[in-house]
Design a protein around this ligand. Sequence first.
Ligand code: ADP
Ligand code: MG
Length: 281
Amino acid sequence: MTSVLDATTATDLSDDSPTPDTVSLIQRPLIEAHDLTRRWGKGSNAQLGIDRVSVTIDRGELAAIVGPSGSGKSTLGALIAGIDRPTSGSLVVDGTRIDKLSDDRLARWRGRTVGIVFQNFHLLPTLTAAENVQLALRLGDRGAGRRERRERTTDALCVVGLGDKTKRLPGQLSGGEQQRVAIARAIVTRPGLIVADEPTGSLDQASGHVVFDLLAGLAKTGTTVVLITHDRHLASESDRVIEMLDGAIDHQPPPDSSAVPSTVPSIAGAAMPTAQPIGAR
Ligand code: ADP
Ligand code: MG
């Protein structure tokens, strides 16, 4: 598995992949996984993460992936986010066969396409909230100049309701606030896809709901959100619940196209998502 820093950022953003045909891409689901398998080791020692999983997720959808511990949720999430690779199967995200990319290209693709949120925040403890967010921008979007980086960092922290705590260290913030910094870090590069693995798992119910509302707000403005959670109550508030069991999809209702905004931009150049301001609920 790639390191946290690598997972949330890219080292070089020069776009060397072909320009996608925007019109035809918008008509396709954002994520198309076919027969995805992830296995570790061989023979009798082999560990199976997921086994021939096929799943589609639409643009702008808030899709919850639920299932018991060990059912393969994180494995699937890591593949979709491009921080791990399938053993077999195909995975198309926004028109790119990411299972076919070299490591370098996958890192670049990830840096401009995906924002990742983990259960335990993964903030750097010696950096302030603003510095944590800006680091993702420095590494993930080299096109932005210093002033633009500062503005985008402040904007992202305001979106998550932390405009007044930008200079705090993670240790001076509550768990819920730390996770909101992590969300700001995930959205500051303006990704079209957010993959959040148990983002509320370490939070109390109220803070967890604030985090969920932020993710739901991002989906409403066109960002695709894959939310891995064992909280079925939160999952039930998503557009769609995909159930996993023993490394396979147990239940997958078809995407509900009415839940998705009618004009969803292609991932490339997506606007800064605007989430519901904190406290608006
Ligand atoms: P979940 O997120 O639903 O709790 P995971 O995707 O983490 O489940 O794990 C699914 C299965 O894959 C489990 O049996 C787990 O032990 C196995 N697994 C996950 N990661 C690895 C790994 N790096 N090496 C070996 N087995 C793994
Ligand atoms: Mg997990």
